[in-house]
Design a protein around this ligand. Structure first.
Ligand code: ZN
Length: 71
């Protein structure tokens, strides 16, 4: 996920990179809030997140039991 989104600022008549927006999503040059609402997180992302957490937890559990049996 290295793509840089660009938001058009009416005030500056310029493209503002998503990365350079302020804490509240405001334009670094004029202060107009360009990103008023955060994009909703797609459910597929949540599922992937939960799946990876479960997977990592399982791997950690495996690692711990391996260590216990090999000490
Ligand atoms: Zn601006």
């Amino acid at each position: 996920m290295s793509e840089t989104a660009v938001i058009w600022c009416e005030q500056c008549q310029a493209d503002i990179e998503d990365d350079s927006l302020g804490e509240e999503g405001e334009c670094p040059q004029c202060g107009t809030v360009l990103r008023s609402e955060r994009r909703p997180v797609p459910w597929t992302f949540k599922v992937m997140l939960v799946a990876s957490v479960v997977y990592l937890g399982y791997r950690t559990y495996q690692g711990i039991t391996w260590v216990i049996h090999h000490v």
